[in-house]
Design a protein around this ligand. Structure first.
Ligand SMILES: C[S@@+](CC[C@H](N)C(=O)[O-])C[C@H]1O[C@@H](n2cnc3c(N)ncnc32)[C@H](O)[C@@H]1O
Length: 246
């Protein structure tokens, strides 16, 4: 009964979004989304998410300096940097390498870089988190992913790359939206929105249980907290946050 309701409501939503499905079928939506729609949308979403998540992020990144190398330098690699909303939370002098599969966020990224001149920007790599071969093994002290693991093609492959590029004792910081409790209305709606949402928002999946992937990865320590970021009117709730040590 529940499964049938989900399917019917999914079909209704797909009907409403029919023009987008048609553009996708014609091969027009994906390049348009990547170049125009998603960069525009992300800048708007980032501003809202930023306000709501600020306290959580301040708490999350508080101990970043503890992972600096013995020379005092902190080399950080961010996967899926987008518009660079996390730069403000990194400590002064931190050497940042930005990576993203989509190189079309220059406008937002440049704004964030000029606002955050306390950092040293090393380079921008157009790369998928699943394949960071340009980054040598064991070469970074910290890796950051926020709102990225929902969209990657292969979460386990990304986590394997994170473990490869981190030096022993380095840390992986994450803040991600995840599937709601299966008995909740929120999860019911997440299942309905899922296919259309994924198409509209560059592959973003609403129902991933990312804490399980983190538990299965070979980190030596893992701290995961389930938190609310106060976005009750959206399906991108709840969130998990924490850090894992190689
Ligand atoms: C919702 S945005 C989040 C951006 C930023 N991290 C933030 O917190 O605002 C998702 C980002 O992940 C990037 N992304 C998606 N799949 C990726 C992949 N496989 N590897 C690297 N980045 C990816 C997207 O291009 C986009 O910049």
């Amino acid at each position: 009964m529940l499964a049938t309701s989900v399917l019917c409501l999914r079909a209704c939503l797909a009907l409403l979004a029919m023009p987008i499905y048609l553009l996708a079928f014609l091969g027009i939506w994906e390049p348009f989304c990547k170049k125009v729609f998603f960069p525009f949308f992300l800048e708007k979403l980032s501003a809202i998410h930023e306000r709501k998540a600020k306290k959580h992020k301040q708490e999350l990144f508080r101990n970043l300096p503890d992972f600096a190398s013995p020379s005092g330098e902190l080399k950080l690699l961010e996967i899926g940097t987008g518009c660079g909303v996390n730069f403000q939370f990194y400590p002064p002098g931190c050497r940042v390498t930005c990576t993203d599969i989509n190189p079309n966020f220059q406008q937002g990224l440049s704004k964030s870089m000029s606002k955050n001149q306390h950092l040293r920007y090393e380079r921008f790599l157009e790369a998928a988190g699943e394949d960071l071969h340009q980054v040598p093994s064991g070469s970074v002290d910290a890796v950051v992913c926020t709102l990225v693991l929902c969209s990657v093609r292969d979460v386990s492959a990304v986590l394997r790359e994170v473990l490869r590029v981190l030096r022993p004792g380095g840390a992986f910081y994450f803040l991600e939206h995840v599937a709601a409790d299966h008995s909740s209305w929120k999860y019911f709606w997440q299942q309905i929105y899922h296919p259309t949402w994924k198409l509209l928002f560059a592959g973003c999946c609403l129902t991933r249980e990312l804490w399980r992937d983190l538990e299965d990865a070979a980190f030596s320590e893992l701290g995961v907290r389930h938190v609310r970021v106060a976005l009750p009117w959206t399906p991108i709730e709840p969130h998990i946050m924490g850090f894992a040590v190689k």
